[in-house]
Ligand binder design. Structure first.
Ligand code: ZN
Length: 434
């Protein structure tokens, strides 16, 4: 068995000056600053002449204990707890979580507000004076356009932390932009790419990547451009330099970064029964729990369990095509009830998770058996001609051409990293999280 590991190494080139000073919210061209960005305001509260205390929840501490320490009655604490439930259940606060207390003055005798930071952006405010009230707020989000480039050396997908930014960017490239054009199972050492993307900041701190505007992937000696363009109201797709839509009717695989462990064949020895019979599917090996996506938009026709198939989902895409995903993990059942994955449910290509990789039914190891029907007959999707993509519409051509020129100019201005200065993926986060 041959595993091909590709280690994606990034070297990020930062153009323009980032928000180094935490209090200073940049107002450059690309910066979008919704909400109040004034130092007399925090959490949208005017704190002029008030006393503010920033704290973290300690082990064994609850919001009740904290509020009670500051002379809040149990009936008021109960009120806060009840009102908060719609926004965030304060019983779920964790040790290490950030909160703030705003007092009338430095004597700390009169607590006006309790604020809990739900995440890096959202927070909950409990107003403690006069009438008790609870509301939700969000910190101003700053979006800055960034550029980057990287060289691929070898692959180690499973070792990449999910929280790792480089992994997130790789996901966008592999799953959203290039799943139809580049075979991410077979990247070559030396393949390289450039990217223009949005970086999101809160209080000057990097919190994640936003939209990817354009990319150039150089693989096997070929250049693959991808430019985001809004063709149909509000829906963006990626197009190449000739205006061809990179999105195709079907994804190549229902799971990211796996390997094909068994191909479609009319005759093979069954791994469990040992008998020779056809394998009318393509097996993608992946760790248990890996999300499975529908390879095309469609409507769920079956969500079930059988002795051989295990937990599975079947999806009808149109009058010609149907696909099925077998051997899902039992945890998929929870997802099905939570997300309403049942007969009649509409699912989107590569967006809606329909189950998790498992080894239920007759399977030796964790994988998803992907079955494909064309006009009612099971076929090998890798050996079947599939519906093509539609290019930019005539009436949008001019608009696309002008946008394309700007993006390609920007891409061409980015330099590839020096091949002798490859930085391993472990350094990636700190490199980008400057
Ligand atoms: Zn199979």
């Amino acid at each position: 068995m041959k595993f091909v590991y590709i280690l994606i190494c990034f070297v990020f080139l930062i153009f323009g000056c980032g928000p180094r000073n935490k209090k200073n919210i940049p107002t450059e061209d690309h910066a979008i600053v919704p909400g109040v960005a004034d130092s007399t305001y925090i959490y949208n509260i005017n704190i002029d002449s008030l006393f503010v205390l920033h704290e973290t929840i300690r082990n064994g501490e609850s919001v009740g204990i904290i509020l009670n320490k500051h002379n809040i009655s149990f009936s008021d604490i109960d009120k806060v707890a009840r009102l908060s439930k719609q926004i965030f259940d304060l019983r779920d606060v964790k040790a290490g979580g950030d909160y703030s207390l705003i007092f009338q003055d430095s004597t700390k005798s009169s607590l006006l507000y309790f604020i809990y930071e739900i995440n890096k952006v959202d927070f909950l405010v409990a107003k403690m004076k006069d009438t008790i009230d609870v509301f939700r707020g969000a910190k101003p989000l700053v979006i800055k356009e960034k550029t980057g480039s990287g060289i691929i050396e070898s692959s180690l997908w499973y070792a990449m932390e999910k929280s790792n930014l480089s992994a997130k960017l790789v996901n966008v490239l592999a799953d959203e932009i290039y799943p139809w054009t580049i075979d991410f199972f077979r990247l070559n050492s030396g393949d390289k790419f450039k990217v223009i993307y949005d970086a999101k900041y809160v209080d000057g701190e990097f919190i994640g990547i936003g939209k990817v505007h354009a990319t150039l992937f150089h693989s096997n000696g070929e250049d693959y451009y991808a430019m985001a363009f809004n063709e149909v109201g509000g829906f963006e797709d990626y197009f190449d330099e000739n205006g061809n839509n990179l999105r195709k009717f079907f994804l190549k695989a229902p799971v990211s970064f796996t390997r094909i462990s068994s191909r479609f064949t009319n005759k093979r020895k069954h791994p469990v029964t040992g008998r020779w019979k056809g394998h009318f599917g393509t097996d993608f090996a992946a760790p248990i729990g890996t999300p499975i996506y529908s390879t095309a938009d469609g409507i769920v026709t079956e969500v079930s369990y059988t002795k051989y198939n295990g937990y599975y989902v079947k999806i009808r895409h149109n009058s010609t095509y149907t696909t099925q995903y077998l051997h899902m993990d039992k945890s998929s059942k929870k997802l099905w009830s939570k997300k309403g994955i049942k007969k009649g449910k509409r699912v989107r290509q590569g967006v809606d998770i329909i189950g998790y990789v498992g080894k239920s039914g007759q399977a030796t190891g964790p994988h998803v058996c992907y079955r494909f029907w064309k006009n009612g007959k099971q076929v090998d999707p890798f050996k079947t001609s599939l519906p093509p993509s539609t290019p930019i519409k005539k009436e949008k051509r001019e608009d696309f051409e002008s946008k394309k020129l700007i993006l390609m100019k920007k891409l061409n201005a980015i330099s590839y990293p020096d091949e002798y200065q490859i930085i391993d993926s472990q350094n990636t986060v700190s490199m980008i999280n400057y």
